[in-house]
Design a protein. Sequence first.
Length: 557
Amino acid sequence: MKDKIGKRKFAYFDLKTTQPMKLLRALLAAGITTGVVACATQSAPQGGPRDEEPPKLLRSNPTDQQLNVDTRTVTLEFDEEIQQNTLNRELLITPNINNPYKVVINKTQLVLEFEKPLQDSTTFTFNFREGVTDITEKNKAQDLILSFSSGSYIDSARIAGNVINLMKQTPEKGAMVLLYQAGDTMSVRKNRPYYLTNADDQGNFSLRNVKEGSYRIYALLDKNNNSFYDSEEERIAYLAKPITITSTTDSVQLQTVRIDTKKPILMNRGRFTDRFVAGYNEGIQQFTAVSADKKDTLVSKPLPDGKTIELFKTDAFSGGRAILAAVDSAGNITSDSLQIAFEGKPSTRVRGATLKVMNTGKNEGYRAGQEVTVELQAPVRIAGKTPVTLMADSIVVEELQYPEAVRLDRTNTEISFTLPSLSNNIRQLTLMLDSTAILPLQGEPISFPPLQLSIAEGKGSTGSFSGSITTEYKSYTLQLLTSDYKVVEERGPGKTYRFRNVAPGTYYLRILVDENNNGKWDGADPKLEREPEPVLMYPNMIEVRANWELEDLDIEF
């Protein structure tokens, strides 16, 4: 066993080579029987310095870079006793071989015993990753990689690069990088790759001792650890065309995406006297409904869960066959032809609260300049001049006029306005909707209860920032994102941009480039034959402060 500072020491008696009875009598005579039992037990001793050093490889057979290897066994000798750590999963052998092996460990020795001899005239690389540890503190052997050839030379081609998340432009820690020979029929969806390795915590990867040639390259967030892409829950990166790998191949960047090819499914339907409810199995990004003769567009509205759509009875459409088209976030479209009848009991949403505040602001409350949106439980029209009144302590603060300050959305179910500047001592507002100015499209007048709006403390309200845009691209989308990558607002092409009335906080700017100028950003191709269009991130996070105007945040791409 090794004897070094920081390592625990183990002492053993080889009872097979010592005369047992003589040894025992001598030890009994010395009165140290207990000591013999303790020393004969192979376990971590109590106390002493903690073992913090990983096991080190002393020698191997074959040796690293050895040529003309003809063997069914690979042996590694370490400087201390070792054990395997799910080695069958951790060990990456490239190129991929269909040759089962058995792992045998004897104290400091690790042996791989293969059923068949290794393939002739091939360079092999054994990457043990975290598959070998010591037995004391389970310290993992570091950079344990062994390469040798069953032929007369070592393949010297190599490929290196990095893997990032396309939509976040952040490193993909631990992504698996896969190589398939371009001329064979093996598929990333069905077969393990010919070569593979893992990216490090920064997304960097390197594959060495590759046979020179043309390859299809992928990166995979392999959730089920089977080394190929068989689930749309996994993220994958790909290049549309094969690359030629030599000893001088340039670095490559792989950008992972999540591919969704499943269309939304209409799971349930609900009929009420004033509305029809359609429930889907996933979130719906866009929705349209028209009568079967396509003469009338139905008034519809998504509910907060994103999966449920309400279609309202109107004078233009009071029932009949309609065509519903739903689009999910990946652009998958489903179309259903339904017979819609407004019948049964009144909706519980009508009998309950008739409205609610949709965007309640952050925990500290609303600030001047922020938009307030109120959701109504039925389509309405605005017939009065001042449908919205803001009050504080029974005193009218402001009457908002329509259409100058009050907006009604296209579904006629959302009323919104921008919160005006208020006195510093106001901490609570009461929002009053005038039932004589806001009338339902169907049925009896609605009685609106007052709504309470909390106002943020302090004089500070919102901030804004702006800059110029320099680019040769004609079509793109500029997105303002929260710190957790949720879209706040979007802008189209222009020489300048400005985001106003932004709540204090930290934000990203992301650019989706419409490279083919078809009016939209094209994501990943399910067939992996066309790469997604470029995604760019502003290099620095943007700190927005109340009452601050950030200028000259220029973008060039």
